[in-house]
Ligand binder design. Structure first.
Ligand code: NAD
Ligand code: MG
Ligand code: MG
Length: 330
C-alpha cells in the first residue's frame, strides 16, 4: 500500500497530554475534538467569540471556556474549528497575535493554508488532523470505544516533532483506534473538496433527486419514489460500507444486480466522468476556492438561493411526512 497507516501503538499520548490545547469554535468538529481530547486526559480550553451561543453547552459539558484571544495566549496547540470562510479573519485578528515560536497551529481541513488565505509564521508548526466523518460521529464513535479515521498532515515542522504532535492529537480524538493516514495539505484539501462535491454531497443529492423526479414525472406516487430512490439508499450504502460491493451484490437479488451493471454506466457515463475531471481541475487551479470565498464575502447569496431551492423541493416535503412514520429516528 502506498499510504502509511498508523495505529494506537504508533502514537505517544504523553506528547498531547503535555500540551495546553485551545479548541477554537464549538460546532460540529469543535465539540467532538474538545470532548474527546478532554476524555483522553488532555488539558483543553475552548475559545469562543463574544456572545457565543455555544458557551452554555460547552460549560454544561464541563469544559473550560474563554475568549479566543485568551485561549490562544494560554495554549501551545491551537486547533482552528470555525467555518473555513471565517478562519482568515479570526486567524488574523484573534489568533496570530498570540502565536509564539514553537507553538502548533492545527486545522481539520487544509483549505485556508493550501490556498494561501492563512500564512502562518515560519517558527510555528502547521499541522492537520482531519477526521473523515462528521463531528457528531467523531464524538459518538469515541464514546462507543471506536473512532473515526483521521488524515494527519504537516505543512510546517518548526519544532522537528510536528508529525509526532499530529499523531498524538489524532490519538486524543480517537482516530488511532481505527487508523490514521499520513497525507499532505494539498492531498487532503483537494480530495476532500472533490469527494464532497462530485460524490458524497453533490453527487448523491443530485442522483437521488433525478431518480425521484424521473418516477414522479412519469406519474408514479411520490411516496413510492421516495422509498425507492432515497430511503433505500442508506441500506445499500450500509452494506457497501460494512462488507464491500461484492457483499451488497450478494445481498440484493440477481435481478437488481443485473440491473446495476446494465444501468449504472448509462447514468454515470462518459459525460459524468468528464464533468468530474472538470470539477477536479477547478479545485486544483483554485477556481472553486475563489468562487466560494467571493460568495461568502457577498453574504452567501448563491449558497442561500440554492439552499432555499432544495428546501422547497417536493422530495423534502414528501420525506418529512414519511419520516414521521420512523418513530426510531426521533
Ligand atoms: P461548524 O459550522 O459546525 O462550527 C463552527 C463553530 O464556529 C460554531 O461553534 C460557530 O458558532 C463558531 N463560529 C462561527 N463564526 C465564528 C466567529 N466569527 N468567531 C468564532 N467562532 C465562530 O464548523 P465545522 O463544520 O465543525 O467546521 C470546522 C472545521 O472542520 C472546518 O475547517 C471544516 O472544513 C472542518 N471539518 C468539518 C467536518 C464536519 O463534519 N463538519 C469534517 C471534517 C472537517
Ligand atoms: Mg470538507
Ligand atoms: Mg426495490
Amino acid at each position: 500500500m502506498a499510504v502509511t497507516i498508523l495505529y494506537e501503538r504508533d502514537a505517544d499520548p504523553s506528547i498531547i497530554k503535555d500540551k495546553k490545547i485551545a479548541i477554537i469554535g464549538y460546532g460540529s468538529q469543535g465539540h467532538a475534538h474538545a470532548l474527546n481530547l478532554r476524555d483522553s486526559g488532555c488539558d483543553v480550553r475552548v475559545g469562543l467569540r463574544e456572545g457565543s451561543k455555544s458557551r452554555a453547552a460547552a460549560e454544561e459539558a464541563g469544559l473550560k471556556t474563554m475568549s479566543i484571544e485568551d485561549a490562544c495566549e494560554e495554549a501551545d496547540l491551537i486547533m482552528v474549528l470555525v467555518p473555513d470562510e471565517l478562519q482568515p479573519k479570526v486567524y488574523e485578528e484573534q489568533i496570530a497575535p498570540h502565536l509564539r515560536a514553537g507553538d502548533t497551529l492545527a486545522f481539520a481541513h487544509g483549505f485556508n493554508v493550501h490556498y494561501g488565505y492563512i500564512v502562518p509564521p515560519e517558527d510555528v508548526n502547521v499541522i492537520m488532523c482531519a477526521p473523515k466523518g462528521p463531528g457528531h460521529i467523531v464524538r459518538r464513535q469515541y464514546q462507543e470505544g471506536s473512532g473515526v479515521p483521521d488524515l494527519i498532515c504537516v505543512q510546517q515542522d518548526a519544532t522537528g516533532d510536528a508529525w509526532d504532535v499530529a499523531l498524538a492529537y489524532a490519538w486524543g480524538v480517537g482516530g488511532t483506534r481505527s487508523g490514521v493516514i499520513k497525507a499532505t495539505f494539498k492531498e487532503e484539501t483537494e480530495e476532500d473538496l472533490f469527494g464532497e462535491q462530485a460524490v458524497l454531497c453533490g453527487g448523491v443529492v443530485e442522483l437521488v433527486k433525478a431518480g425521484f423526479e424521473t418516477l414522479v414525472d412519469a406519474g408514479y406516487p411520490p411516496e413510492l419514489a421516495y422509498f425507492e430512490c432515497y430511503h433505500e439508499m442508506k441500506m445499500i450504502v450500509d452494506l457497501m460500507y460494512e462488507s464491500g460491493i461484492h457483499f451488497m451484490n450478494h445481498s440484493i437479488s440477481n435481478t437488481a444486480e443485473y440491473g446495476e451493471y446494465y444501468a449504472g454506466p448509462k447514468v454515470i457515463n462518459e459525460q459524468s466522468r468528464k464533468a468530474m475531471k472538470e470539477i477536479l481541475a477547478r479545485i486544483q487551479d483554485g477556481t472553486f476556492a475563489t468562487e466560494f470565498m467571493d460568495d461568502c464575502a457577498n453574504g452567501h447569496k448563491w449558497l442561500l438561493e440554492h439552499r432555499q431551492a432544495i428546501n422547497d423541493h417536493e422530495i423534502e416535503q414528501v420525506g418529512a411526512n414519511i419520516r414521521k412514520m420512523f418513530t426510531w429516528l426521533g
